[in-house]
Design a protein around this ligand. Structure first.
Ligand SMILES: C[S@@+](CC[C@H](N)C(=O)[O-])C[C@H]1O[C@@H](n2cnc3c(N)ncnc32)[C@H](O)[C@@H]1O
Length: 275
């Protein structure tokens, strides 16, 4: 599929992105577990975030600026937010214009699989959360590009939807042909556009080929994604129970036997020293 189509779709849904399911979903993907996905994602982002607040950060496929806002709140101010969709960049500008902490964030329209706007070894911390790497349908090129623009020894973090979680979702929705197809092509259609789903082993291969040492393999979340939406919503209302559920996740989310069925796969890599 043409990247312009993905761009058009994100432009179209940009305004609704933060307020709910941003595009009509074709089947139930248990999005209620998203709050756990966010907390686990953030936990590992913080774990590898450089302490120095002046570092240069790239948020690639950064969408409407959810993660950039959190980084700014911590005092990081040298951030580039790139995205294929101008509509999403405009939403990010709106969101970050409201932030009181001073920052110097740059918004750049850029395709994650060919980030010609950025020179090599430019950033101290690079991440692409929630799917841009799989929406471009060339995850290997996206990982190569994220690695190229990172400084040697710096961390690169990627997250996308896992391949095997999709299979029961598709079967549940009566889309058996699509489930079979996914297992042979690695491509699924969660919304109107295709995405390339990966196992952690496949993503690890792309990391290594790009020059990244795999540091952490995380499922986000590994258990809550399997719990029915209504049950989870009730449990989440009780703060203490939610804490206990989150602890269960954090204690087990790096267990690699669980990761391929998790809601998202997050991988942390470190760029090898240049020879
Ligand atoms: C699901 S959203 C995630 C946004 C943000 N990273 C977050 O975690 O909230 C995916 C984002 O990827 C962007 N995207 C899709 N294909 C892309 C590509 N080839 N290059 C850069 N961004 C892309 C979309 O425009 C969208 O903003």
């Amino acid at each position: 599929m043409d990247k312009r189509k993905v761009e058009e779709i994100f432009d179209k849904y940009a305004e609704e992105y933060s307020s709910g399911p941003f595009a009509p979903s074709r089947y139930d993907t248990s999005r209620s577990a998203m709050s756990f996905a966010d907390d686990i994602t953030w936990y590992f982002m913080l774990k590898y975030l450089p302490k120095d607040k002046t570092v240069r950060i790239l948020d690639a496929g950064g969408g409407d600026g959810y993660w950039a806002e959190k980084l700014i709140a911590l005092g990081y101010h040298n951030i580039v937010l790139s995205d294929l969709s101008q509509g999403m960049l405009e939403q990010a500008k709106k969101r970050l214009a409201k932030v009181k902490t001073s920052h110097d964030i740059a918004f750049v329209k850029s395709d994650i699989s060919d980030m010609k706007e950025f020179q090599s070894s430019l950033f101290d911390y690079v991440f692409s959360q929630y799917d841009a790497v799989s929406y471009c349908l060339e995850p290997w090129n996206a990982v190569k590009e994220l690695t190229r623009v990172a400084k040697p020894q710096s961390y690169v973090i990627v997250s996308l939807d896992t391949k095997f979680r999709r299979v029961p979702e598709l079967i549940q929705a009566g889309l058996v042909d699509e489930a079979e197809k996914l297992l042979t092509t690695s491509i699924s259609y969660d919304f109107d556009w295709p995405q390339y789903n990966l196992t952690w082993e496949e993503l690890a291969d792309h990391f290594q080929a790009a020059g990244l040492e795999v540091i952490e393999v995380v499922g986000a979340p590994v258990f809550m994604h399997q719990v029915k939406a209504e049950t989870l919503e009730k449990l989440e209302n009780d703060a203490e129970t939610r804490q206990r559920l989150l602890k269960m996740e954090l204690d087990h989310c790096t267990n690699r036997s669980l990761v391929n069925f998790a809601g998202h796969l997050q991988m942390v890599g470190r760029k090898r020293r240049l020879k």
